[in-house]
Design a binder for this molecule. Sequence first.
Ligand code: SAM
Length: 262
Amino acid sequence: MSEIYWIKQLENQANNNLGQNFLIDSNISRKITKLVQGQLGDPILEIGPGTGSLTSELLKDDYRIKAIEIDKSLIDILSRRFIDIPNIELIDKDAMEYDYSELTGPWWIMVSNLPYYVGTRLLVKLITEVPVIHRYVVMVQREVAERIVAQPGTKNYGALSVLCSLFTQPKIQFDVNKNCFFPEPKIISTVVTLQREPLDDTDLRMKAFEIAKVAFQQKRKKIRTALKEIITEEELITLNLDPNVRPSNLTPDDYLKLAVEM
Ligand code: SAM
């Protein structure tokens, strides 16, 4: 059955407030699934499965799926669509509220066509709070993808770029056209992968991210002003950091250097 068949099962229209733009092009679902690069039976966390377009492709590759969906009417559709499939657990919850300590075992892969209104917050939450996820394959707005991979000194570089670089290796994979969705979104979507290696200094990296958040709150100021509540000008000079540069000129390693000193 086509994706449109499952979308038509929805009693009400797609809920724009929940970022419901469903993927109807199975070639794109397949391309995303290929990026998962897991082993047979690896556990996948899918956030916002919707009517199950991406989910059904993931199941074809024999992954074990835990899918968190906030909309109960979609949970009903998914329960019918995957009624005979043992490899999937459906959880009707807000992914921002779910207790991720329930993810046991170290090698989770997160796959999601993220709802736009909460996508960035969810990604930050999972990177900072759920270390058992070692790979993320996510579809986000093009501009969020650009912020994720942005390099120091560029206009898109910010606390999100620092976080992603400190904890993962992020990579833009491909753009997805608006006509691959129903209803069509107003923006271009981009698929990004983030690979996370085991880290033995996560607390320090978290601290570096917190410092970056403080700095980028005043991103047009020089760091001697933007960071004045946490470090003096003299201490910046001792660390070989020029107090007159702006937060966007500091590399993720510079933020790490600041975290070590504080
Ligand atoms: N994965 C499906 C696809 O690609 O067709 C649907 C993607 S749609 C962009 C986003 C999905 O996330 C919707 O099904 C929406 O109901 C769900 N969603 C929105 N906010 C959520 C939240 N806070 N927690 C869990 N799911 C959420």
